[in-house]
Ligand binder design. Structure first.
Ligand code: IPD
Ligand code: CA
Ligand code: CA
Length: 261
């Protein structure tokens, strides 16, 4: 199943790369406030679904652009192009994200950055890899000197004040905070030791499913804002090595109101 996920991710990546050359001619549609999609998102998703369905016709699918496709309790969670706003602007940070859940448990995760040809893969119990080399989260043990990834709540702006308080608390201590624009790549970078921690409010399942497995398989810990594991439903995420995850939780928790629990 990992092999199929990799094949699908690479194939979608090829479509995205080819389209990136003609970025001015791509049609952009707005789904809701600050939420865009393009014909490239849809074509990449169709390609992924075609490859998965050919190999596993009975499996179910949850895909960002076409929604839920019924099937058995194997569910493929697909974000065909994570970082669409970056893609539209020619800002080189976007990826394909594909995860497989079996009976609700994450089993396979693939994130592919077509521009850098970086393939991040994970399977439950099998570790996390970048281009077939094992990756680990960092050993960082304090916010001082750390590099933290995040995403802004630009769609769910009712959380902006709480977010800015979290940002302030972390910014005071961390060496740097980055908002690169693809949650999937942020989590892959955390797994690969390029970030020491990550938090974001209001993600969708397809933004984070593959990345969460990558982080866990690289020795990291992921929780929601109540220090529980309901992140796929709440969309609120704190991740890092065990110590950094705890430190970020301590920084974030005082600013978590009822609507973020
Ligand atoms: C977005 C990216 C971004 C995150 C947003 C997501 P999209 O995904 O992951 O980093 O902050 O919440 O919606 O729309 O580009 O697939
Ligand atoms: Ca996404
Ligand atoms: Ca997307």
């Amino acid at each position: 199943m990992l092999t199929i996920a990799v094949r699908a991710a690479r194939s979608a990546g090829d479509i995205i790369l080819r389209s990136a050359e003609n970025i001015d001619r791509i049609q952009v549609d707005q789904k809701s406030k600050n939420d865009f999609t393009t014909e490239v998102d849809r074509a990449a998703e169709q390609e992924i679904i075609k490859i998965i369905k050919a190999a596993f016709p009975e499996h179910a699918i949850l895909a960002e652009e076409s929604g839920a496709h019924a099937g058995n309790d194997f569910v493929w969670v697909i974000d065909p192009l994570d970082g669409t706003t970056n893609f539209i602007h020619g800002f080189p940070q976007f990826a394909v994200s594909i995860a497989l859940k079996i009976k609700g448990r994450l089993e396979v995760g693939v994130i592919y950055d077509p521009l850098r040809d970086e393939l991040f893969t994970a399977s439950k119990g099998g570790g996390a890899m970048l281009n077939n080399r094992k990756i680990r989260v960092t050993k960082q043990n304090s916010l001082k000197g750390s590099l933290i990834g995040t995403g802004f709540p630009f769609k769910k702006q009712q959380h902006l004040d709480a977010y800015l308080q979290m940002f302030r608390t972390i910014c005071v201590d961390a060496a740097g905070i980055r908002r690169a624009g693809s949650a999937a790549l942020d989590l892959a970078y955390l797994a690969a030791g390029r970030f020491d921690g990550f938090w974001e409010i209001g993600l969708c399942e397809w933004d984070m499913a593959a990345g969460i497995l990558l982080v866990q398989e690289a020795g990291g810990v992921v929780t929601d804002f109540s220090f529980n594991d309901d992140y796929l439903n709440t969309g609120n995420l704190i991740a890092g090595n065990p110590r950094m995850q705890q430190l970020l939780y301590q920084a974030i928790q005082p600013h978590v109101g009822d609507s973020l629990k």
